[in-house]
Design a protein around this ligand. Structure first.
Ligand code: NAG
Ligand code: NAG
Ligand code: NAG
Ligand code: NAG
Length: 261
């Protein structure tokens, strides 16, 4: 079973490769672009523990970036990145939008660093093959870009333990292949959109005091506005009754008064 799965994976990768390479080879700059991607990543990030010390640019042999720490390529002799895993490397600084130059990347894992700033809203729609994105346990802030929903192969999106604010983009909820999703421990607020994949559970949203709606508690502000609407309906419905009652009561009193004299 495992072997079959492995053979399948290799087969699919090879097919993808065969399909992709002809579209790539005419444009050498697409390979340059992966080098620029990594070069930008290195220059943007502070690396206090020198994990990126073997990221040395300027050796122009085929596939030289494939031996960089945390970098894997589609083929070891071809400068085209399939994954970057720099989890727990103590990296600091802002996320660079040049990551989009690693255009065929499948997996980007920067969990457990000290990345700060916001996520540029355009980059993720430029990474069509991304399957796994793990940016959990950093210091990222700002909004969750709605462009995540444009990544049709995105399967795992982990943004937990950051400082993201605003709402969860409703577009994300219809992301076709999203299976693993977590935004716990951020400062998100508002109604959780209805995920078409029903498997996203309570544990994906915890630690955001202002998030509400299924699978968390109902939104109190929607209850509040519903209460206001209900009160208005009641007022509208009972206003004529009140007027009539008042009028009847008055005329009743008026009729009674003479009798008492
Ligand atoms: C360039 O990188 C390749 C692959 O990592 C290595 O075998 C080669 O020695 C390097 N050449 C130079 C000049 O550093
Ligand atoms: C990201 O990398 C860390 C180790 O650095 C690993 O524990 C974690 O499972 C990875 N995330 C994903 C989604 O694979
Ligand atoms: C993370 O970076 C901020 C500055 O951006 C710094 O103040 C803080 O000490 C860093 N945290 C860790 C755990 O390195
Ligand atoms: C998704 O991509 C399309 C076409 O590239 C673009 O028009 C649209 O604005 C994108 N959606 C988001 C939410 O970024």
């Amino acid at each position: 079973m495992m072997v079959a799965k492995l053979v399948c994976t290799i087969f699919i990768r090879t097919c993808l490769w065969v399909l992709l390479v002809p579209s790539l080879t005419p444009a050498m700059e697409t390979m340059e672009s992966d080098i620029t991607c990594l070069r930008s990543l290195k220059s943007q990030l502070k690396d206090p523990h020198a994990y990126l010390s073997n990221w040395v640019f300027g050796n122009y042999s085929d596939g030289y970036i494939c031996s960089f720490f945390g970098v894997h390529c589609w083929r070891s002799n071809y400068n085209k990145v399939i994954s970057i895993n720099l989890g727990g490397s103590g990296l600091e600084g802002e996320f660079t939008s040049d990551v989009k130059l690693c255009s065929l990347i499948e997996s980007l894992n920067l969990t457990g660093n000290n990345l700060s700033g916001t996520l540029p809203s355009d980059i993720f729609s430029s990474l069509p093959y991304l399957v796994t994105l793990d940016l959990s346990n950093n210091n990222l802030a700002g909004k969750i870009p709605s462009s995540f929903s444009n990544m049709s192969y995105l399967n795992t999106l982990l943004l937990d333990h950051n400082r993201f604010t605003g709402r969860i983009p409703s577009e994300l909820a219809s992301s076709p292949r999203l299976k693993q999703f977590s935004v716990t421990h951020n400062d998100l607020k508002g109604l959780i959109p209805e995920f078409t994949n029903g498997k996203i559970s309570l544990s994906s949203f915890e630690g955001n005091p202002d998030l509400c709606g299924f699978p968390l508690d109902p939104c109190s502000d929607s209850f509040y506005s519903m209460a206001i609407i209900a009160a208005n309906i009641a007022a509208a419905a009972f206003f004529p009754v009140g007027v009539c009652y008042g009028w009847l009561y008055d005329s009743h009193k008026q009729r009674q008064r003479p009798r008492r004299r």
